[in-house]
Design a protein. Structure first.
Length: 330
C-alpha cells in the first residue's frame, strides 16, 4: 500500500479479520489510496491480520467477553482509528451500547441503529416486525401453545443463533411435545424451497440503494464456497422491503427461502457484511466502498445496478515469520 503524500489517510479498523466478510471489506477498502486498513481479531492466527502491516494489527477480546467494548476503544486510541467496521455478530450489541463513547472519541462506527440491530439479532422479534411488509413464515416462541395446529415438519432454532447452530427439523407434534425445554428458542414453519441471500446497501438514513440476491450453490461448514448472483425483481424488492422495514443501514444481508407454493418468505437478517461479499462486489456493487462513503457523509447513487456473476472459491496462503504471529498486540 502506497502512502499518499501530505494528507493523512483515513484509518479504518475492521474486526473479525479471520472471517471472509472482514477480508472482503479490507480488500475493497485497501484499493483506495486515501484509506489505511487496520485489522482486529480475537485470534492471533486470523488470516486478515497478516494482510496489513504489523503496526496495523490488534488482538481484541471475544464480543461477548466482559470489557470487550472498552478493549476495542483502547485499540482505536492506540491505532488512531477514524472508522470502526465490526463484522462479527457477537460484537454488534456491545458496541451499540457504547456508540456515543466512540462518537465522542472521534471514531465513526459502521453499525445499524439500535432498533434495526434489536430486530435483526432476534429472529422472533424480526418475524413480527416484518409481517405486513413481506411474507413471514409462521413463527412462535418455543414451547408453542398448540402443537396440533402446526404443519410438519417444522423448524426449531435459537432466537439469537448464528452459523446454523442448534437448528433442528421436527417431524411431528409428538416429537415437538417430547423435545426438551429450551429457553430462547422459536418454532417456525418449514420452508422447503430454494434459499437466497440478498445483500443490501443502505445509506446512513436507511434509504436502500442496492439489493443483490445470491443463490448459495455449495456450502461448506456454513460458508458459501460457490454461488451466483441473480437478477430477479421479486428477490430484490424482498430484500429492500425487509431492510427498510427494520431500518437497516450500511451493509446487511436478508436471507429468505421459498415456501411450498414457491413464494419467498423471510428467514433472517444479518446486520453486517456477509461472508460472500466478494461475489456482490464482483457483480458490480462495491458495498464496502459505498458504505464507507455513506458513513463519511457522501450521497449514494439512487440505485446501483449489478450483473449476474458466478463465484467459486479456494483457500489462499500467506507466509509470515513465527515472531509476527506471536507478537500481535493485545
Ligand atoms: N423456517 C425454515 N425452513 C427451512 N429451513 C430453515 C428455516 N429456518 C432455518 N432454516 C435453515 O437453517 C439455516 C440457518 O438458519 P438461519 O435462520 O439462517 O439462522 P442462522 O444462520 O443465524 O443460524 C438456514 O440457512 C436454513 O437452511
Ligand atoms: Mg443464516
Amino acid at each position: 500500500m502506497q502512502r499518499s503524500e501530505g494528507r493523512r489517510r483515513l484509518r479504518v479498523l475492521v474486526t473479525g479479520a479471520g472471517g471472509p466478510a472482514a477480508i472482503a471489506v479490507m480488500q475493497s477498502l485497501a484499493e483506495d489510496p486515501a484509506v489505511e486498513v487496520l485489522a482486529a481479531d480475537m485470534d492471533n492466527w486470523a488470516a486478515g491480520l497478516y494482510l496489513v502491516p504489523p503496526s496495523g494489527r490488534a488482538i481484541i477480546p471475544a464480543g461477548d467477553a466482559a470489557g470487550f467494548a472498552a478493549a476495542v476503544a483502547d485499540q482505536c486510541e492506540r491505532l488512531r482509528v477514524d472508522v470502526l467496521i465490526p463484522t462479527v455478530d457477537a460484537e454488534l450489541r456491545p458496541l451499540a451500547a457504547v456508540r456515543h463513547q466512540f462518537a465522542a472519541a472521534g471514531v465513526q462506527l459502521m453499525l445499524a441503529p439500535d432498533r434495526a440491530l434489536g430486530l435483526a439479532l432476534d429472529k422472533l422479534a424480526l418475524a413480527s416486525a416484518c409481517a405486513g411488509h413481506v411474507r413471514v413464515p409462521r413463527t412462535e416462541a418455543y414451547p408453542v401453545a398448540d402443537p396440533a395446529s402446526w404443519s410438519y415438519p417444522l423448524i426449531v432454532k435459537p432466537r439469537m443463533g448464528s452459523g446454523s447452530r442448534d437448528v433442528s427439523v421436527l417431524g411431528s407434534a409428538a416429537e415437538l411435545t417430547a423435545a426438551p425445554a429450551r429457553d430462547g428458542f422459536l418454532v417456525q414453519e418449514f420452508l422447503p424451497g430454494e434459499e437466497y441471500s440478498v445483500d443490501v446497501l443502505a445509506d446512513a438514513g436507511g434509504r436502500v440503494c442496492a439489493a443483490v440476491p445470491r443463490l448459495r450453490a455449495r456450502i461448506d461448514s456454513g460458508v458459501s464456497v460457490a454461488g451466483r448472483t441473480v437478477r430477479d425483481d421479486d428477490l430484490e424488492t424482498f430484500g429492500a422491503s425487509v431492510a427498510a422495514a427494520i431500518g437497516l443501514t450500511f451493509i446487511g444481508n436478508v436471507q429468505c427461502r421459498r415456501d411450498r407454493t414457491g413464494q419467498l418468505a423471510l428467514l433472517e437478517v444479518n446486520p453486517r457484511p456477509p461472508g460472500s461479499m466478494p461475489l456482490t462486489i464482483a457483480s458490480g456493487v462495491d458495498m464496502p466502498k459505498l458504505a464507507l462513503a455513506a458513513l463519511r457523509g457522501a450521497d449514494l447513487p439512487v440505485h446501483a445496478e449489478f450483473a449476474e456473476t458466478a463465484m467459486v472459491r479456494f483457500l489462499a496462503e500467506r507466509f509470515v515469520t513465527v515472531a509476527e504471529v506471536e507478537g500481535v498486540l493485545a
